[in-house]
Design a protein around this ligand. Structure first.
Ligand code: SF4
Length: 308
């Protein structure tokens, strides 16, 4: 079966099963093309809530499907690939959070959306790279844990300005293996190769890159900056899958990556064939136990409220 035939089958199955297909910017371009909506974690979470379809099919890693299920307990949610995980999400567990809580009586736990449902169930609020700074600024507690990503943690801390003196920010030691590799040296080399390019990086990147960046923000923020800028060349400090949307938005602009791989292997496990099989055979449905559903949906819903 060729690509066009598989896409045709997906379109028919989507209608038949009344499904909404959501895709992250890091998955393959073919999947982005058949999706009803493509976005970053925050935008996808909002779309999942707004949907009136019977089922949601997620082209992304496991925590994304779990988040969609937490926000839509009455809908059936499916993952295109059950073995696509986010390594960073597994760098903290509920038991680690409970250990932190023993050390600080008033600890307020801020958990990046890139986390398991089990971790979310021990958290006070979730954040994404788009809304993290805005939400943390609103928190009244003195002791605040930022987890699991240490780099996003440092980024948030660097943006808290005046309110920092009243807060004790504790940062967990997790990281994204793709973004952690961006270092000052890697970006210096890219800037030397492309001296006229603006540097746009994701806050999951190593903080040594901050001084070299012209923009630090979410995947959606990087796309918006590239789209609206008068500059014609950009060095992109995030996962390579973003290139598909960057080129769609601005076909005449030039986008460069560094000498690093800049590829999330788990996101690349997803294919059109797997999406078709998932729709056709009802594969990889997301199930969460009742207690996790109840506890983990609280910080996610709080995020949606506080981000408005
Ligand atoms: S790019 Fe990094 S944070 Fe995103 S899913 Fe892959 S490993 Fe996780």
């Amino acid at each position: 079966m060729n690509k066009e035939e598989i896409v045709q089958e997906i379109e028919e199955l989507k209608l038949k099963k009344n499904a909404l297909i959501l895709a992250h910017y890091y998955v393959d371009g073919d999947l982005q093309d058949v999706a009803d909506f493509v976005g970053d974690s925050y935008a996808l979470a909002k779309k999942a809530v707004a949907s009136n379809k019977d089922r949601i099919v997620f082209c992304g890693v496991k925590f994304m499907g779990e988040s969609a299920k937490l926000l839509n307990p009455d809908k059936r949610v499916f993952l295109v690939e059950k073995n696509a995980f986010c390594p960073m999400a597994d760098m903290i567990h509920g038991s680690d959070i409970e250990e932190y809580k023993k050390q600080y009586e008033d600890l307020y736990v801020v958990t990046y959306i890139n986390s398991t449902a089990e971790t979310k169930a021990h958290s006070d609020v979730c954040v994404t790279s788009s809304n993290a700074v805005k939400i943390v600024k609103k928190i009244q507690a003195k002791n605040i844990l930022l987890c699991p990503d240490k780099n996003l943690g440092y980024f948030i801390k660097s943006r808290l300005e005046d309110s920092l003196s009243e807060k004790n920010i504790i940062i967990h030691d997790g990281y994204c293996p793709v973004h952690e590799e961006f270092s000052k040296e890697v970006l210096e080399k890219a800037k030397k190769d492309h001296p006229n390019a603006l540097v746009l990086i994701h806050p999951e990147s190593n903080p040594s890159c901050y001084p070299l960046a012209d923009y630090i923000g979410s995947t959606s923020g990087i796309l918006k900056t590239a789209r609206e800028s008068d500059c014609q060349e950009f060095i992109i400090g995030t996962e390579r899958g973003i290139l598909y949307q960057l080129q769609k938005d601005s076909p005449d602009k030039k986008f460069y990556f560094t000498d690093l791989k800049q590829t999330c292997e788990d996101m690349k496990k997803l294919t059109l064939e797997k999406l078709r099989d998932c729709l056709r055979d009802d594969l990889n449905e997301v199930f969460l136990d009742e207690e996790t559903m109840e506890k983990a949906s609280v910080p996610l819903k709080r995020m949606l409220e506080l981000a408005e």
